[in-house]
Design a protein around this ligand. Sequence first.
Ligand code: HEM
Length: 311
Amino acid sequence: MAQPQKGICAEPNLHSVFLMLNVVEDDDATMRRKLADILALFDYYDSEHYEAMVSGVIAIGSGYWLELYPGLLPIELSPFPDMHCDDRHAPATPADLFIQVRADRADICHAMATDIFDLLQEQVELVEQIKGFRYLDGRDLTGFVDGTENPKGLHKLDVAIVGDEDPDFAGGSYLHIQRYRHLMKRWNKVEVTDQEQIIGRTKEDNVEFDSADKAPFAHTKRTSLKDEQGQSIEMLRQSMPYGDLKVQGLYFISCAASPKPFTKMLHSMIYGDENGVYDRLLDFTVAETGAAFFAPSATFIKRQAKTSMSA
Ligand code: HEM
């Protein structure tokens, strides 16, 4: 099977750098080769610093894909589903490339991001660079543990990686990325028991409420969805907190074998249930960016680079 990129299903790291880039030069063959060079760079840092659990992800924006790989399109690749309802917004802010470097050392992340930017500098402009970090025992800055209900073990692959349904793109993954800015002052004024209602879990011990006890506005109620066959709709979340003393939030990343889980859950959060009951978490955090990508398998990136070399 085509080899998925290592960073898609990696266990949570302590540090990460997220790079959003736009391509400004239309030398696509060079770009295809350079993406393969970045995979080699991930491998190099991984072998030099094996204790740091180094990995990374290269993902191509839905609007740039066909320019980079003409004639080959992942079946479900589509633009970010821009959604707005009252004062709840999920804006689309497309970008050509998303590159994530991940490691348990901040210095290694910095070194990798620097090398990547040196390599791409002539072809791209940097839209934004965000440093993600693990906070306490895997908590979001709201104080709640994030990622508990993520798929585990081999099930991660079923959820996050495209299989035989799209053989040309098996081993790839659909990514959705949103940078959320938390309204921390507003959140911190809310009693912990009310915060727990909003998440649908206890704060300190991270115990899930029984489904019947969850408020319809609870985040985990609005995102626990089933398909027509009654099967749970799932995604792999690889989000990380980011920020400083001025701005804090969550860099949300979902990886899935299809874009549908993300779109359905976001719809349920923003537009709410049949009674219009929306996700109350959205009263305390604002999505400032939103972009859709496809992260092809490492095999695909390398193969396309070789084809470019022989062309
Ligand atoms: C600022 C934004 C967000 C924050 C702070 C946040 C935080 C959390 C927390 C604390 C949990 C409970 C623990 C866990 O299972 O991970 C959770 C669960 C979950 N979140 Fe989010 N989340 C955010 C945005 C989103 C978005 C945009 C989606 C999807 C479109 C999403 C999908 C999910 C799913 C699927 C679960 C698991 C639900 C379950 O099965 O119990 N989250 N989130």
